[in-house]
Design a protein around this ligand. Structure first.
Ligand SMILES: CC(C)(COP(=O)(O)OP(=O)(O)OC[C@H]1O[C@@H](n2cnc3c(N)ncnc32)[C@H](O)[C@@H]1O)[C@@H](O)C(=O)NCCC(=O)NCCS
Ligand SMILES: Nc1ncnc2c1ncn2[C@@H]1O[C@H](COP(=O)(O)OP(=O)(O)OP(=O)(O)O)[C@@H](O)[C@H]1O
Length: 198
């Protein structure tokens, strides 16, 4: 079985994916793949530098993530331009890894962690979509705290994504991560049992 795992930025996708992998699920993480295609030498990074200029590189030739983030999270058109360069490569790699993992062990749960799953219209690639939800105010607070962002910077990142309430409504499986970790763990345990996973 496979599921797509999504939610909003900092709602707890990594936290939940750890709970699933510790039970034996295999994980494919879109953010990790997004980082791999931005490594020096990769053609996607070269295309990004062509479009955004040398200023998005650090002196050692690696991507200046903070700088590119400032550009794309405050300018929607620039964000779309970046996505046109990155998303096809991310999608191809995700699909390839999914096929490899499913062929390797057909009965294992494969989890694809994709922050922009709904925004990119990828629902049909997965048997079910799990959404990790917290109310918007808590999402903002956890994001500011984890990434040391100002309220303004955190709000700009939230604005670049579909509202978490809309994702909640679309979910096949909803995980409420607004209380303690034990409460989230309990919901994952329930999901695991309901699906007869072992
Ligand atoms: C702009 C970049 C360099 C900023 O890097 P930074 O280290 O600050 O953030 P990081 O990559 O860890 O992403 C953190 C979160 O930001 C959100 N996010 C990232 N890109 C986008 C985007 N294009 N639109 C909306 N939200 C996004 C996601 O929730 C993600 O989990 C980076 O996010 C990037 O390369 N984005 C383009 C690729 C992409 O769309 N990734 C999203 C997963 S498919
Ligand atoms: N139930 C919880 N109670 C308190 N804090 C939590 C809980 N779940 C997650 N957190 C904290 O909230 C922050 C965001 O969680 P996490 O990194 O798992 O989110 P994410 O959705 O994977 O983020 P991103 O979209 O950036 O990849 C982290 O600092 C994490 O430690």
């Amino acid at each position: 079985m496979n599921i797509g795992l999504t939610g909003g930025i900092a709602t707890g996708k990594s936290t939940v994916s750890r709970m699933l992998t510790s039970r034996g699920a295999a994980l494919i993480d879109a953010d990790v793949i997004a980082r791999q295609i931005m490594e020096p030498g990769h053609r996607v990074l070269a295309a990004v530098v062509d479009r955004f200029g040398q200023a998005v590189l650090l002196p050692d030739g690696t991507l200046n993530r903070k700088k590119l983030g400032e550009i794309v999270f405050s300018h929607p058109d620039e964000r779309k331009a970046l996505e046109q360069l990155t998303h096809p490569a991310i999608r191809t790699e995700m699909k390839k890894r999914m096929e490899e993992l499913e062929a390797e062990k057909p009965h294992r749960l494969v989890v694809a962690d994709i922050p922009l799953l709904y925004e990119s219209g990828l629902e049909s690639l997965y048997e079910a979509i799990m959404v990790v939800y917290v109310p918007r105010e808590l999402q903002l607070a956890r994001l500011m705290n984890r990434d040391e962002l100002s309220r303004e910077e955190a709000e700009a990142r939230l604005k670049a994504q579909m509202d978490i309430e809309q994702k909640k409504e679309r979910a096949d499986i909803l995980i409420d991560n607004s209380r303690g970790l034990e409460e989230t763990e309990r919901q994952i345990e329930q999901f695991w049992r309901d699906k007869g996973l072992s």
